[in-house]
Design a protein around this ligand. Structure first.
Ligand SMILES: [Cu+2]
Length: 143
């Protein structure tokens, strides 16, 4: 005598929609949070935005013109809890007497003027073996 009842599929719909909305919100939040970490400099601009952390420079290339100021923005992604260097990094170019430091989780912008065309090494010598560590090195191309 039992009546056939229609399955209660309709009642599951609101939960599914709520779940999807939650995923969309999480996706947006993640995108906003991560955006600065994927921002990189254009290769042809007279300067560079460089991210630095324990795994190295990104990008590890700076282009400049001889006799023209080049502006570097260093974004330090490391925090102060790194045992090696306390999360500090620096940007060193001995050829042009440049040595600029950036503290943990901070951004630092500075300029210098390369005087001679050529390819030069830049590096961080605060952490992780410094200049001897290939990850702490980058190339400065002056044309
Ligand atoms: Cu470093």
């Amino acid at each position: 005598m039992a009546k056939n009842q229609a399955p209660k599929a309709a009642s599951k719909k609101p939960a599914l929609l709520l779940g999807l909305a939650g995923l969309v919100v999480l996706g947006l939040a993640a995108t906003l949070f991560l955006a600065p970490y994927f921002r990189t400099a254009k290769a042809d601009q007279p300067g560079a935005i460089l991210q630095i952390n324990m795994s190295g420079w990104k990008p590890a290339l700076v282009r400049a013109k001889a006799g023209k100021p080049v502006t570097i923005t260093m974004i330090n992604l490391d925090n102060q809890f790194h045992t090696d260097g306390g999360g500090w990094h620096n940007f060193v170019v001995p050829a042009f007497d440049v040595e600029e430091k950036v503290g943990p989780k901070l951004t630092r912008t500075f300029s210098f003027t390369p005087t001679e065309p050529g390819e030069y090494l830049f590096y961080c010598d605060i952490c992780c073996g410094g200049k001897e560590n290939p990850f702490m090195r980058g190339k400065l191309i002056v044309s």
